[in-house]
Design a protein around this ligand. Structure first.
Ligand SMILES: N[C@@H](CCC(=O)N[C@@H](CS)C(=O)NCC(=O)O)C(=O)O
Length: 206
């Protein structure tokens, strides 16, 4: 059985929602950041990166949100969570996932994980101060040219949607008013109504 290692309010929510969307039976294991469980040997044996999400499959463990989302979409093609038969559209989807993973998520991480990039507390504060502007710049681009509407890829719901929903949920905490991005906000509100989203959010949080 698939096992998802997740932590509430993190990027693992995207994979959690995707598992709910395809309707597979899976186990969800919460990794408690307040106890630094992601750094403990038990979890490092699952994911030596010390991060969530990790998806344990019968062929081994997958990490990195775009890889996990794509694995779910390809493993459950009947759920139609990706344009699997269209190389251009599939590449466009990968482009969106990559942007969230390698640019937007990294911009967000500078607020809380600045110690990854600098030891100097002043440098860490300076990085933190840039987060609202960097996140707003990323979401301006998503709003104006990347979110096709009503879903990320257009008419069809894909794995890009739970990923956007997850990261758009961080805007307020990153000091960005989401009202500046009405299309993103509308997407976020519509996503919140999906049963799969409600189920993923109902997983133990504390
Ligand atoms: N590139 C990875 C990033 C994973 C990641 O950084 N996850 C964060 C939560 S959003 C985490 O586990 N942080 C724990 C830590 O930094 O100690 C992905 O997209 O899955």
């Amino acid at each position: 059985m698939l096992k998802l290692y997740y932590t509430p309010a993190t990027c693992s929510l995207a994979s959690h929602i995707a598992l709910e969307e395809v309707g597979v039976v899976y186990e969800a294991h919460r990794v408690d950041f307040s106890k630094a469980e992601q750094t403990k040997p038990e979890y490092l044996a699952v994911n030596p990166k010390g991060r969530v999400p990790a998806l344990v499959t019968d062929r081994g463990t997958l990490t990195e949100t775009p890889a996990i989302l794509t694995y779910i979409a390809q493993s459950f093609p009947e759920a139609e969570l990706a344009p699997l038969d269209d190389p251009f559209e599939f590449a466009r989807l990968q482009s969106f996932l990559s942007y969230l993973c390698s640019t937007v998520h990294v911009a967000h991480a500078h607020a809380r994980r600045g110690a990854r990039w600098a030891d100097d507390p002043a440098a860490q504060e300076a990085m933190k101060a840039k987060v609202p502007k960097n996140m707003a710049d990323c979401f301006s681009l998503i709003e104006s040219s990347m979110l096709s509407g009503p879903f990320v890829m257009g008419e069809n719901y894909t794995i890009a949607d739970p990923y956007l929903f997850t990261i758009a949920g961080w805007l307020e905490a990153d000091g960005v008013d989401p009202a500046q991005f009405p299309r993103v906000l509308e997407h976020r509100n519509r996503m919140a109504e999906r049963p799969a989203v409600a189920k993923a959010l109902a997983a133990p949080q504390g």
